[in-house]
Design a protein around this ligand. Structure first.
Ligand code: C5P
Length: 138
């Protein structure tokens, strides 16, 4: 049971996209969005009828021009964080096999970051607890 009485649950899915040097892609939330300026693992809201993997495949293409498939998405852990307006559940997948060069198709800044440097980038509070899992992995 999630102890967030009266709050809606928002299901977002996120991805640690890993390059051949073992660096992880962070995307900066753009002006005009909530938590603007903070760095996050790319992803987005799970739409009705989608599996989290389908959401990630769609979002990585829409946001970054990256193409991947379900077999290349490995679940690692998930974030569970109560915001003022909702409770966020956010599975984190790791993707090492994909096609395309990531570019911010929605104007967002991108950075490839070593796991030990992830803490140098201010993140939404839901994303920060995910860092140790990536430091263990990479
Ligand atoms: O990206 P989007 O604005 O659709 O995400 C909805 C909400 O989920 C954000 O306002 C933010 O509070 C939360 N979120 C997060 N970490 C992410 C993505 C979204 O905390 N990586």
């Amino acid at each position: 049971m999630i102890d967030a009485p009266g709050k809606k649950i928002l299901l977002v899915v996120a991805c640690a996209l890993v390059d051949s040097d073992g660096r992880i892609l962070l995307a900066q939330r753009p002006e005009g969005k909530s938590l603007a300026g903070l760095w996050e693992f790319p992803g987005g809201k799970v739409e009705p009828g989608e599996t989290p993997e389908e959401t990630l495949i769609r979002e990585l293409d829409e946001e970054l021009g990256i193409r991947t498939k379900v077999a290349c998405l490995a679940p690692l852990t998930f974030a569970s964080h109560t915001y003022d307006d909702f409770h966020l559940l956010m599975p984190l997948y790791v993707c090492r096999r994909y096609e395309g060069m990531a570019h911010g198709r929605e104007g967002q800044a991108l950075k490839w970051v070593r796991s030990k440097s992830l803490r140098d980038y201010p993140m939404p509070p839901a994303d920060e607890p995910l860092i140790p899992f990536l430091m263990d992995l990479l």
